[in-house]
Design a protein around this ligand. Structure first.
Ligand SMILES: [Zn+2]
Length: 266
């Protein structure tokens, strides 16, 4: 089996502050180690059920240069930094993968499930919607996987995100690494999360055939910016409509065109 893992950090066990997610800050190092331990646990669980497993991990957070490969099993491959394609956190996904997993994901902008709620760009995006529903990074990247015919089989992150994932597709296996409340999170010991990650990852191949591959037939992406100037700039992209001072909409039937529009207007 060939598995694609998109790796973020805000939804790993215990993360509550932006400094913990920011490379170069002293608080970051502990959480970088925690992230790689979670990824190793997922990889080991996949390997438990398929010793011939081929895993590609896309480092997906900020600079995308967070993961130290030496701390992962040898049967993992890694893509660091940006591929300069519209897939962004999903760079490397293609039709050759059997399944996709999102790790360390988090609740999106406009919700309250994490102290670090955001969608893509926390400094510039107030919220994103797709087809009139709030869209988070999970949904954006879920559609990228499905666009390539790859089912999303497992998502890890804050508990509110896990509940939201189950509403999109109840067959996706989830592991809640913490529970957000106000400015903080409740978490169990990281070793317990890691055991649960390994056990859950070992079950994904049995689950795979239950997972949906149905994409919407049309996409209307709405973005509300903090800064009205961003909306004015975005409206120069072909097909973008500015619906008020700070908000734009882009519509297309082809999801890759939506991803392209996002890449150029942000
Ligand atoms: Zn992130």
């Amino acid at each position: 089996m060939k598995v694609f893992i998109s790796a973020d950090v805000e939804g790993i066990n215990g993360m509550t502050e932006w400094c913990e997610a920011t490379k170069g800050r002293p608080e970051y190092e502990l959480f970088a180690q925690r992230q790689v331990k979670e990824l190793a646990a997922i990889s080991e669980g996949l390997h438990d059920s398929d010793p011939g497993i081929d895993i590609l991990i896309k480092d997906g957070h900020e600079t995308a240069c967070n993961i130290v490969h030496e701390f992962l099993p040898e049967y993992t491959r890694l893509f660091r930094n940006t591929g300069r394609t519209p897939y962004i956190m999903m760079h490397g996904i293609d039709q050759g993968f059997d399944a996709a997993i999102f790790s360390g994901y988090h609740s999106g902008a406009g919700t309250s499930g994490s102290p670090l709620c955001h969608t893509m760009e926390p400094d510039s995006i107030v919220y994103m919607k797709i087809n009139d529903e709030l869209a988070d990074e999970f949904l954006l990247n879920y559609y990228s996987a499905l666009y390539n015919g790859v089912p999303v089989v497992m998502v890890t992150g804050d508990e509110a995100l896990c509940q939201r994932v189950k509403k999109v597709d109840p067959a996706i296996l989830t592991v809640a690494a913490h529970v957000g409340e106000g400015g903080g999170v409740f978490s169990c010991h990281p070793n317990i999360t890691n055991r649960e990650l390994r056990e859950t990852a070992a079950k994904v191949f049995a689950q795979k055939s239950q997972c949906s591959l149905v994409l919407p037939s049309h996409f209307a992406m709405e973005i509300r910016f903090k800064d009205h100037q961003m909306a004015k700039r975005a409206a120069w992209y072909d097909g973008v409509r500015r619906i008020d001072d700070n908000t734009i909409v882009y519509e297309n039937d082809d999801y890759f065109e939506v991803l392209k529009a996002y890449m150029f207007i942000i």
